[in-house]
Design a protein around this ligand. Structure first.
Ligand SMILES: [Fe+2]
Length: 240
């Protein structure tokens, strides 16, 4: 509500000073939150310049777009979701690095350390840090909090659809992995081995993600994006 409207509405009543002061405090709180998030966003953007194309700042922005859409439907705190998304890949070891499985827990610790310098309470920091630790697929768990559930869904959506296909081939290219196993490209008679072949990643992880979604909004989008990936695989079958 604009300041002038608040003033007009309450100017003829008792308690005018208190009401105006409360409104100014609220406006400042909103502005302060915006500024804090802006600062955090700049901090993360600088830190991610060395990340690979699948985990760069554009990935963070796409996950933020997904997460904001889900958070609005679920009536979750956009402020906390935004902080969780911004920091969720702050440490991202390459897939070939033996520390790769620790990326989410190391990011969670880094997030906890970073957020101490921002305007977040200790309880909020715990929720955000736990959400980051628990979001990864390799950890195999369902996050306990709504912030955690939304972060996990939003991140998984970026592994699906056309962007999911692009990211999969980008990671595999960086690892110099062949596109497929020529004897059985679509894992019909063997257990998927995504350390050896790119297409195996679809069968080992990507096509399973839609069943792991936590929120209704996330699930609807995941089903849509999974269909695109299945269509891609069907077309590829005709070409190779
Ligand atoms: Fe991510």
């Amino acid at each position: 509500m604009p300041f002038s409207v608040i003033f007009d509405k309450f100017s003829s009543r008792h308690g005018i000073i208190y009401t105006i002061k409360t409104s100014i405090y609220k406006m400042n709180l909103h502005q302060r939150t915006k500024l804090e998030i802006k600062k955090l966003r700049e901090h993360v953007e600088k830190r991610l310049t060395q990340n690979d194309a699948a985990h760069d700042f554009e990935h963070i922005l796409r996950v933020l777009k997904n997460a904001t859409k889900i958070a609005r439907k679920e009536k979750a705190s956009i402020r906390m979701i935004t902080a969780a998304v911004l920091l969720h890949d702050i440490v991202s070891y390459k897939k070939s690095d033996p520390r790769s499985k620790n990326s989410s827990s190391v990011s969670a610790e880094k997030a906890r350390e970073t957020l101490q310098r921002y305007d977040f309470s200790q309880d909020e920091i715990n929720i955000i840090s736990d959400a980051i630790r628990d979001h990864s697929f390799s950890r195999g768990i369902t996050p306990k909090t709504l912030v955690g559930k939304i972060l996990q869904d939003a991140d998984r959506l970026d592994a699906l659809g056309t962007i999911g296909i692009a990211r999969t081939f980008a990671v595999s290219g960086a690892e110099k992995r062949p596109f497929y196993n020529s004897d059985d490209p679509f894992c019909k008679k063997r257990t998927p081995d995504d350390k050896s072949w790119t297409l195996d990643h679809f069968y080992k992880k990507l096509l399973l993600l839609e069943k792991t979604m936590n929120t209704r909004t996330g699930k609807i989008e995941a089903v849509k994006r999974t269909k695109i990936m299945k269509k891609f695989l069907d077309e590829l079958k005709k070409e190779i």
